[in-house]
Design a binder for this molecule. Sequence first.
Ligand code: FAD
Length: 106
Amino acid sequence: PPDSEELGRATWTFLHTTAAYYPEKPTPTQRANMLTLLRSLPTLYPCSHCADDFGEDIKVHPPDVSGRASLSRWLCDRHNEVNKKLGKESFDCAKTDERWKDGPAD
Ligand code: FAD
């Protein structure tokens, strides 16, 4: 099976970066495609227990694809759920853009 740590980092990088550059006012097609992307993970993500838990989590917390800020926040919260499960530190969601879009202010 794939190295789940490497796969996880790569996947979070892709997802957070894609959310950071998602439009503030997405078209219906963009919303639908983002929903399909996120809803695909529970069936396709190649770590089956990760995929199962993520599927349960997004059933309780459905994706908010209404715009960039809300999607980024939703994803940060989902990642923090995984962090909690793994005993990792919680990430401050106010820093999501700094981490994934703008870079640190100096
Ligand atoms: P990662 O958690 O990969 O984070 C990468 C970087 O993202 C961090 O360095 C930090 O800068 C930033 N970051 C951290 N938290 C947030 C946040 N909340 N919002 C925005 N940015 C943040 N592993 C398992 O062992 N069991 C599982 O059940 C499991 N489920 C997963 C489900 C999904 C959908 C994904 C994508 C991954 C899952 N993983 C799981 C992998 C796990 O989340 C980590 O990716 C892996 O353990 C490597 O962790 P890391 O400490 O290198 O940082």
